[in-house]
Design a protein around this ligand. Structure first.
Ligand code: GLC
Ligand code: CA
Length: 515
């Protein structure tokens, strides 16, 4: 694992919505470069940039038309290289979003593969061998090619699936290729070339989109794991410092595949949503939540993965509701005390550090649908468009939160009691205690069913830190082998211990050292 991941705190940027420097209503690379100081000052030292490549934008850029060129609306390849360089000068790292599973229908590879005559790209995508032959278990594109076949799709029906082969091709379906066939091999080599290109220009790694879905008919992920192991070998030999994080949500599989990190997601088996986004989230002060299923699954994965890599818990992302849709500002602060004291590299979705809200009732933009409300322009200050850019408001990529009390960076940086100030303090504390960082160990002390608080011990070498998190609005007690005294960090008062029982105030989070 690259050294820098041990104390990495990531900031996810949705490029269209961060900062617009040329008043066209869409965020751009130069806007991100301009705001590096802000991100660094918050304490984040790494950035994940959502796709910024040429695209027809039917899925906000997750439908890539050209992996080698920055979308003109965001700037140029040179602008992106300058972003890498300036980030590096500030001691920060930048990872790009790699979408290996599918392309846009406008990608040259797809145009070639739609032709009736055989060519270099005939086997680049998963095609059946007849227009009425359906790729079982998958949706498909049919009727737009001269080629007599249907092409499997991965997500939206305009995202044709790249061909990495089938784990166990059905011998009766000649169109199903094996992972070792020439077509699938060439697809993988093409992806490696794309990685080489950007890593060579100074990018520090990739967040890999739908990483677990590449090989088809691969129920247990065995084929896809094998494929990523090959990528790991390639990176180890050519770019050992490149960081790889997967959108997979099953760390036992992804880390075996050689990823350094995997995200817990709002889908999949992790119970991540129990904490933040469900009818009774654990972090609501109503105190009706349950973190125990999450913890059970976490421990299971933590043991299975044997510290091979990191399990990363994001504050949110461009696909899920904003934290602020289900939690109020005080609850969000306590949620951050958890997010920033867990193992693995934390990921903060832009704007979550100021409690940006989910903007309700928006018309879908670029395939966002329900996700659109979590993708609105960053709110910087009290000027035009909240400082996002000076275009006419109707030109904005997505309308801005219209509430006059909307949070902004300007207001929150000036207020010591804001979410921003709490997040900044928490990152500072994490960065000065190894036990709290990515690779520090964790042992759960209290995570009972339907119960508060949540408590765990983080440790690294001789350093031990007891974390107590009580989002509920009631005082709670639990037995604990460690006493508490003066906290390294606390919000909501202080806990108290006597005779092995700790009494925890309502709406509280505290970190205790000296154990
Ligand atoms: C991932 C992305 C999402 C995208 C989808 C298809 O889940 O995070 O935004 O729509 O993959 O690429
Ligand atoms: Ca712009």
């Amino acid at each position: 694992m690259p050294e820098w991941l041990n104390n990495a705190v990531f900031y996810e940027i949705y490029p269209q919505s961060f900062k617009d420097t040329n008043a066209d209503g869409i965020g751009d690379i130069n806007g991100i470069t301009e705001k590096l100081g802000y991100i660094k000052d918050l304490g984040c030292n790494a950035i994940w940039l959502n796709p910024c490549f040429k695209s027809p934008f039917g899925d906000a850029g997750y439908d890539v038309e050209d992996y080698y060129t920055v979308a003109p609306r965001y700037g140029t390849n040179e602008d992106l290289v300058r972003l890498f360089d300036e980030a590096h000068e500030l001691g920060m790292h930048v990872i790009l979003d790699l979408v290996p599973g599918h392309t846009a229908v406008t990608h040259e590879w797809f145009k070639q593969s739609m032709k009736a005559g055989r060519n270099e790209f005939t086997d680049r995508y998963v095609w059946t061998d007849g227009i009425w032959v359906h790729p079982d278990g998958m949706n498909c594109i049919r009727g737009i090619s001269d080629r007599d076949g249907s092409c499997a799709v991965n997500f939206f029906s305009h995202q044709p699936a790249l061909n990495y082969g089938f784990y166990k091709p059905d011998p009766d379906k000649k169109w199903q290729q094996s992972m070792d066939d020439e077509g699938p091999r060439a697809t993988l080599e093409a992806m490696k070339d794309i990685m080489r290109f950007w890593l060579g220009l100074g990018c520090d790694g990739f967040r890999v989109d739908m990483a677990g879905s590449l090989v088809k008919n691969d129920e247990d992920g065995k084929g896809t794991i094998k494929l990523w192991q090959e990528v790991r070998e390639f990176l180890d030999s050519e770019f050992p410092n490149a960081a790889m994080v997967s959108e997979w949500g099953e760390p036992d599989k992804s880390l075996t595949g050689g990823f350094h990190m995997d995200f817990l997601l709002h889908f999949g088996p992790s119970h991540y949503n129990d904490l933040f986004r469900c009818e009774e989230p654990y972090f609501s002060s109503r105190g009706k939540g349950d973190a125990s299923a999450f913890v059970r699954k976490y421990i299971e994965n933590y043991q299975k993965t044997e510290r091979k890599g990191l399990i990363c818990i994001p504050s949110g992302n461009h696909d899920m509701d904003r934290l602020a849709r289900s939690l109020n500002p005080d609850e969000i602060k306590i949620a951050f005390a958890f997010l920033l004291s867990m193992p693995g590299a934390p990921f903060i979705y832009y704007g979550d550090e100021i409690g940006m809200r989910y903007v309700e009732n928006l018309t879908s933009v670029e395939g966002g649908y329900g996700r659109t409300g979590s993708r609105s322009p960053m709110q910087w200050d009290g000027t035009t468009n909240a400082g996002f850019g000076s275009s006419a408001p109707e030109k904005l990529y997505i309308p801005i939160d219209k509430d006059k009390d909307r949070p902004t960076v300007e207001k929150q940086t000036a207020d010591d009691a804001s979410i921003y100030s709490e997040v900044r303090r928490l990152i500072g504390i994490r960065q000065s205690h190894k036990a709290l960082q990515s690779c520090g160990e964790i042992e759960f002390i209290h995570a009972e069913e339907n119960s508060y608080p949540l408590s765990y011990l983080r440790s690294s070498g001789d350093e031990k830190i007891l974390v107590i998190i009580n989002p509920s609005d009631k005082e709670q007690k639990f037995t604990c082998p460690y006493p508490v005294s003066t906290p390294i960090y606390s919000i909501g008062g202080n806990a108290d211990s006597s005779n092995g029982v700790i009494t925890v105030p309502p709406c509280f989070a505290g970190f205790y050292g000296g154990l």
